[in-house]
Design a protein around this ligand. Structure first.
Ligand SMILES: NC(=O)c1ccc[n+]([C@@H]2O[C@H](COP(=O)([O-])OP(=O)(O)OC[C@H]3O[C@@H](n4cnc5c(N)ncnc54)[C@H](O)[C@@H]3O)[C@@H](O)[C@H]2O)c1
Ligand SMILES: O=C(O)C(=O)C[C@]1(C(=O)O)C=C[C@@H](O)C=C1
Length: 362
């Protein structure tokens, strides 16, 4: 049973996991380890960890070690940890790439237990200040499986991740990397590249930034992500990322040709096909397509609790695009509201705060 957990790297994902795990009955203690003392203190202050420890002391006698640092340093940290733990402790990580890491670590750990992990949820912010207890609710959480995987530990880890609301998907590391190259890594590269083009234009012409609207916001949000994290991701999933870049370049060239040659009919048909594919994507699953403008509200267990929120926002003519019950407990529950516009999210946040609701912006 997983009772004591050590988290190495109490940044956005580490602290979010600390908050979520600390909330479930099985987990008695969450220990935080990090090279950044400010982050450790902040994680302690927000309740993401119960205590701060050195790596050597912190991993002793824990049931689960979660490495939540950039991918490039995970292997070295696992090597550092091994002398202080027994072979019952489960080691996992949350790194965004898996193949190279899992294959290396499975050899390196010897008799120790290692299972690769990757929550398909996150944000463009870094550090514990952006931590979110509900980050993993309904989110896909990949665990890797190979011929070396200890099945009992995989089941135990899956169980605890499901308790924090995740939908666990067990994949081979290679399958994982092939998929995220196109669903996560290529989109990031495109957003960064697009941002660099906009930056180049705005240096020559100040007006460019005045004409920024929703299209820019929706396509570049992730370009604000942590450079170290993304450098490590691209280098650790190099082959797959390069493959997707080739395909992207081909598609971009075809679109460019259609525009260049005024082939309006084919261009229109192509855009319609792509639009249809986008519309067909399932919107509800958090791991697939979260809304950009969300509020998480903790409600007391009393009649019409959700109704009161809906009326408050309805009276202000704020349209709730989607509503999802995240957690129901004896003392109340937590809901997520999605809005299609940032302004609606802002106004709803203000109104709810005014009425003393416990609400956070996503
Ligand atoms: N941000 C996301 O959206 C997201 C989503 C899923 C997975 N991930 C993966 O999660 C991991 C962490 O990402 P994050 O967004 O939480 O980053 P973050 O920058 O918020 O946190 C990383 C933490 O690791 C710590 N750290 C770095 N080197 C260390 C070392 N040598 N020893 C101890 N601590 C060290 C940092 O001080 C920081 O607290 C990465 O591997 C990333 O690929 C990120
Ligand atoms: O910023 C977000 O919304 C994310 O969920 C980040 C995101 C992604 O969706 O690509 C980025 C990298 C991680 O490995 C997982 C998730």
């Amino acid at each position: 049973m997983i009772k004591r957990v050590a988290i190495i790297g109490v940044g956005l994902i580490g602290s979010s996991l600390g908050l979520a795990l600390g909330d479930i009955q099985e987990v008695e203690e969450v220990i935080g380890i990090d090279k950044n003392q400010d982050y450790l203190q902040e994680a302690l202050n927000i309740g993401a960890i119960d205590k701060i420890a050195s790596l050597k002391e912190g991993v002793r006698d824990v049931d689960l070690i979660i490495l939540a640092t950039p991918v490039g340093i995970i292997k070295d940290l696992v090597v550092e940890v091994l002398p202080y733990i027994d072979n019952k402790t489960i080691i996992t990580d949350v790194g965004s790439t898996k193949s190279t890491l899992v294959r290396k670590l499975e050899v390196l750990v010897g008799d120790h237990i290692y299972i690769g992990g990757h929550p398909m949820t996150g944000a463009e912010t870094s550090g514990p200040s952006g931590a979110d207890k509900y980050l993993f609710e309904n989110a896909i959480y990949v665990l890797t499986e190979t011929e070396k995987t200890d099945q009992a530990s995989l089941a135990e880890l899956k169980n605890i991740l499901e308790k924090i609301g995740s939908q666990v998907l067990v994949l081979s590391p290679e399958n994982h990397d092939r998929t995220v190259a196109v669903t996560s890594h290529l989109p990031h590269l495109i957003a960064v590249n697009l941002m660099s083009v906009i930056e180049q234009f705005s240096q020559k012409d100040e007006q460019v930034t005045s004409l920024i609207a929703g299209g820019f916001r929706d396509t570049t949000r992730i370009a604000a992500g942590d450079p170290v994290m993304w450098r490590d991701i691209f280098l650790n999933n190099k082959e797959m990322v390069l493959e997707t870049i080739d395909i992207f370049e081909e598609r971009l060239s075809s679109l460019k040709e259609l525009i260049l040659n005024n082939q309006g009919e084919i261009l229109g048909e192509t855009l319609a096909e792509i639009r249809d594919a986008r519309v067909r994507l399932p919107m509800k699953k958090k791991g697939l397509l979260p809304s950009n403008f969300e509020l998480i509200i903790t409600l007391k267990d009393k009649p019409n609790a959700i109704g009161s929120v809906a009326s408050l926002l309805g009276d202000a003519e704020i349209n709730i695009q989607d509503i999802e019950v995240l957690k129901v407990r004896d003392e109340g529950g937590t809901i997520r509201l999605s809005f299609s516009q940032e302004e609606e999210q802002e106004e709803a946040y203000r109104l709810l705060k005014e009425k003393s609701y416990k609400v956070i912006k996503k």
